[in-house]
Design a protein around this ligand. Structure first.
Ligand code: ZN
Length: 431
């Protein structure tokens, strides 16, 4: 057991290389701990000659809380000046990365801790800032700084990927007109690892990311998942021509739901002469109509029947609803060959002239994407994980408003969902 007061102090502060000069209790309950490093007098960096002391300059750093109290570490940084006037180095301030990196607002240990809390555990910056007793911007800046350094150092963050998925995410609405700013996330859909996020949702934005990867890495990709959007298809065609494309089931079903919605709105308008109102029969079942059939209970089914009788005189909404359920049936089939046949047949049936034009259009889309749709039956990969990541990213976004800056947004998302090697955090320091 240590009983020497000086050593006890050092042990409590736990930095090893410093003398504790004083401790002050502030009126707000926080502790100010003043320290000075114990290092020997250095020699001049440039000429290797003697240096003169120019006193010290205190620098305040947010440190980890101790015994439930927030702590400010006041580091009296020594200033030195080269004794040789012809050297030209002038004066310089001591640096010690084990205490804090240059220009840091948090000590090294507090910076690492905050980065882990926010990046890995997904806590909000506000929460962590409150615990440290400092403001939001201080924590945000340091998390981004340490996080960036971690991602830079983690050059082997992902290995070979067999199935990749790209998906668009809205990351910010900008300016007076709330112009949507989109980005594209690239995901290993088997391991659910976010590989990267790039700005934009064009073919070029997705393609350029793949071009930055090695040829061997791209060649190892067997499946390429996408929503049914042209740009991503173009990108895959260009950069992953060997990979088989898979249409994400979620997006296929969403498209079928959307076509039910379109028919319902049109019929509503044609029969009643206005957009949906609370009392309109079709409006009242708008949610039931796009629900999976097996999830609708008997009461709901009766409701659908009754209200369709009231508001769908030519059975168009009913037809669109059957079409949607048939599209969902694609995913009930296990056998790839049967699924391909079924999809082919269905896409033709849906284009029947007797069906609503919206349903016919759905049929044409399914015909165009039939190969990608039924590639799901061969690969069993979906963008589901990517969608999950998008929700998670939305949460991060809600929790912190600092994401107008795309680079910061990318770092936060990659820390959370990119599976960096967190053990590296102990070994790095930000530039
Ligand atoms: Zn010098």
């Amino acid at each position: 057991m240590v009983v020497d007061p000086t050593l006890m102090c050092e042990l409590l502060v736990g930095l090893g290389v410093v003398d504790v000069v004083g401790v002050e209790e502030r009126s707000n309950g926080s502790l100010w701990v003043t320290v000075r490093t114990r290092s020997e007098r250095p020699v001049c960096d440039v000429c290797g000659g003697r240096v003169w002391s120019k006193g010290d300059r205190p620098v305040g750093l947010v440190d980890l809380p101790v015994f439930g109290r927030p702590v400010r570490l006041w580091w009296r940084k020594r200033r030195w000046m080269c004794a040789d006037p012809s050297c030209g180095v002038g004066s310089f301030v001591e640096q010690d990365l084990s205490v804090a990196p240059q220009r840091a607002l948090l000590t090294s240990r507090a910076g690492r801790w905050a980065t882990w809390q926010v990046g890995r555990l997904g806590r909000t910056v506000a929460e962590v800032a409150e615990e440290l007793g400092c403001d939001w911007h201080t924590v945000n800046r340091e998390v981004i700084r340490w996080g960036d350094a971690l991602l830079e150092a983690d050059i082997d963050r992902f290995g070979a990927v067999e199935a990749v998925g790209v998906d668009e995410t809205l990351f910010w609405r900008e300016g007076k007109w709330k112009t949507k700013q989109w980005c594209t996330s690239v995901v290993d859909v088997r391991s659910r690892q976010l590989l990267d996020i790039v700005p934009g949702r064009t073919a070029e934005s997705a393609a350029s990311w793949f071009r930055d990867q090695s040829t061997e890495w791209c060649k190892a990709i067997r499946w390429a998942v996408l929503d049914m959007s042209g740009p991503y298809q173009v990108a895959y065609d260009k950069v992953l021509p060997h990979a088989d494309q898979v249409a994400d089931p979620f997006h296929v079903v969403r498209l079928a739901n959307h076509s039910v919605d379109l028919v319902r709105r049109r019929v509503q308008n044609e029969t009643l002469g206005h957009r949906g109102r609370k009392s309109d029969p079709l409006y009242r079942i708008r949610r039931l109509l796009v629900m999976a059939h097996e999830r609708v209970d008997d009461r709901g089914k009766n409701r659908i029947q009754g209200l369709l009788r009231a508001g769908d005189p030519y059975g168009e909404v009913r037809d669109a609803w059957y079409a949607k359920e048939s599209v969902r049936d694609i995913y009930q089939i296990g056998d790839p060959k049967l699924a391909a046949e079924f999809t082919q047949q269905l896409s033709g049936d849906l284009q029947d002239r007797s069906l609503p034009p919206e349903t016919q259009r759905l049929g044409r889309t399914i015909a165009r994407w039939a190969t990608q749709i039924t590639n799901w039956h061969l690969s069993a990969v979906t963008n589901g994980p990517t969608e999950g990541l998008n929700n998670l990213i939305k949460r991060i976004k809600r929790a912190a408003f600092g994401f107008r800056n795309f680079a910061n947004y990318r770092i936060r998302a990659l820390l959370y969902a990119g599976k960096p090697n967190w053990q590296l955090l102990a070994t790095i320091t930000p530039p």
